[in-house]
Design a protein around this ligand. Structure first.
Ligand code: NAD
Length: 323
């Protein structure tokens, strides 16, 4: 099999491409480099620069590389940006996916893995989010991921494509320093950014109905997430998975913002007290996955804990500062 990894030069995509190549799969990456970093990919993984919105290019890449399966990660992913630019998010995340799926169906490709997100659930008031928890996204980013799932499942049924939608929870860490998240939209790099500037970490709201008043999330190491993609791809290739699977990818363990900041203090040695600011609109008090279905269907479970996520992310952060 040869797998096309869209968004393969991105933070998660590069981990997925490397994990799959290291496991002996043939992979080719497609990335428009709007947020991607080509150096994240080793020389043995070809990178095609281009957009999923370019149907002719995608068709050519599928044919030239004899692609037999697709892992689709390419997307815009910033919630605030999606509120300001919903048309762009729908064009890139839903339009880009539609164009890609047309090319996939035309090429007779039968396996497709889609990067979805816990953002599809919105703010459910449950202790553990299962795949049956109703989806009610609260921002355009989450809407594009939910619409993406509908598109993937419908195209799969209509065109005989076996599909897996992976709903990631909060991704953190780095498999190697060079692969670290370079954006500051996720909480771990956001706190590093504050500390590096000599500023205290910020907590948005400490009056939530949670044990310490701060929001509780389910953090997943990006290396574990990459292994989940490999498990999904292998399952589709070996037909142990017949498709139409939608599954949470998390650890099933809640960690509060205050607890996370304490771990960051231990790892960085900078234990300054966080400042508490107002709640941000749209933040759920608690979002923790049930990880049961992933264990049952993918035979996958997370291996790394929060300290390893923070330590590996910090190594990547410091390596970037040293450049
Ligand atoms: N990081 C998280 O916590 C998280 C959580 C849930 C879901 N996701 C999803 O995981 C996927 C990867 O996220 P990431 O954190 O690696 O983000 P990222 O921005 O690092 O990676 C996305 C990659 O896709 C590329 N890209 C964007 N639009 C493209 C297009 N139209 N055609 C080709 N390439 C395009 C970018 O250049 C980038 O390299 C996204 O689909 C995102 O929505 C991420």
């Amino acid at each position: 099999m040869t797998w096309l990894i869209t968004g393969g030069a991105g933070y998660i995509g590069a981990h997925v491409a490397r994990a799959m190549a290291d496991a002996g799969e043939h992979v080719v990456a497609l990335d428009d480099l709007s947020a991607g970093v080509p150096e994240r990919l080793p020389a043995n993984i070809p990178l095609v620069e281009g957009s999923t919105l370019d149907g002719a290019l995608v068709a050519r890449v599928l044919a030239e590389h004899a692609v037999t399966g697709v892992v689709h990660l390419a997307a815009r992913k910033q919630v605030a940006e999606s509120v300001a630019q919903p048309l762009r998010y729908y064009r890139e995340n839903v339009g880009g996916l539609g164009t890609l799926l047309e090319a996939v169906a035309d090429a007779g490709i039968e396996r497709f893995v889609f990067s979805s997100s816990a953002a599809v659930y919105g703010n459910p008031d449950v202790a553990l989010i299962t795949e049956d928890t109703p989806c009610a996204p609260v921002n355009p980013y989450g809407e594009t991921k939910l619409a993406g799932e509908w598109l993937v499942r419908a195209a799969g049924r209509a065109h005989g494509i076996a599909t897996v939608c992976l709903r990631y929870f909060n991704v953190a860490g780095a498999g190697a320093p060079a692969l670290a998240d370079t954006g500051v939209s996720n909480i771990v790099p956001m706190v590093f950014d504050r500390l590096t500037r000599g500023e205290a970490p910020r907590i948005f709201g400490a009056d939530y109905p949670t044990p310490d008043g701060t929001c509780v999330r389910d953090y997943i190491h990006v290396a574990d997430l990459a292994e989940a993609h490999l498990a999904a791809a292998r399952g589709l290739a070996e037909k142990s998975l017949t498709g139409d699977l939608t599954v949470n990818i998390g650890r099933g363990e809640g960690v509060s913002v205050r607890e996370l900041i304490a771990v960051i203090g231990e790892v960085t040695g900078d234990r300054r007290a966080p400042v508490v600011e107002h709640r941000r609109p749209g933040d759920a008090p608690r979002a923790v996955a049930s990880a049961r279905l992933a264990a049952e269907t993918l035979d996958w479970r997370a291996r790394h804990g929060v300290p390893e996520m923070v330590e590996s992310a910090w190594r990547g952060w410091r390596a970037r500062l040293a450049q």
